[in-house]
Design a protein around this ligand. Sequence first.
Ligand code: UDP
Ligand code: MG
Length: 310
Amino acid sequence: MISVIIPIYNEEQNILPMYARMAEVFDKLNVKREYIYVNDGSEDDSEHVIKRLAKQHADVKYINFSRNFGHQVAVSAGLDKAEGDKVVMIDADGQDPPEVIEELYLKSLEGFEVVYAKRESRKGESAMKIATAKWFYRVLNRITSFEIPLDTGDFRIMDRKVVDQLINMPEHHKFLRGQISWIGFNQTYVSFKRDERMSGETGYTYSRMIRLALDGITSFSNWPLRIATISGFVFSFIGFILILYTLYSKYYSETYQAGWASQMITLIFIGGIQLIGIGIIGEYISRMNENIKGRPLYIVKDSNISDASD
Ligand code: UDP
Ligand code: MG
């Protein structure tokens, strides 16, 4: 059986057409499937659309969150409850065309534990979003010790083995695409053209993208901390030279001047560097704090999966 995880945040218009498109794919492949709709605190009518769909089709399961917990958490909740031998993660807005599931599935049968869908092109997204994403993943790859595939989202198929590892990873700040690369096994990809959103608006605002980016960096690299340390050494060294020069000019040189401007510049500059250093440490500590608190990752309001409320 294949489980399909579909995170939903204000997708009322997209749920039914997506269901029909996915059903067609699975009918053609003739495989058993379950759909896990995770309603991530939608403010539109998504909840009722999903519940109505679940009444009509026995293969539709849902998890209804008590509020918005974010896309990565919604997908994680679906992973927790998925029962399939293979699991597909797909967006609800049609940007990841369900027809690509066929290719993902067939490729996975060749013996790949993970087959991710690589974006050959992207339609209907701002140049800014595409450029920042492109830049971010290239930087991330340079500062991590393993490869996170470029130009991919979470659209992919995974074997049960991989899902079992994934749901046992305790971190609260999920960066699933990185975690899956980290897990390893045989991974490959198929290329696809990312479509426009069928209807509605993106739930990924810039602030959410920045948060996801920081989660990715802090989860998989200590490079920012190292940069803080290295810049500490560099500036201490420069400072030491400046001390020698200051003492020299004060006691031996005739050209000694008060130098208010240079003092102010140094003060502000070093102050800034220190604050950045503290901020970087803070990003790591706040995530440690989040994990130590040990709160549940999400709260379920209701569900038609029997043990989903635990
Ligand atoms: N989503 C979610 N919770 C959120 C934001 C988004 O579950 O807080 C879902 C959304 O319904 C969609 C998927 O995550 O199925 C991808 O979101 P979106 O299309 O808004 O992101 P984009 O494709 O613009 O990056
Ligand atoms: Mg989208």
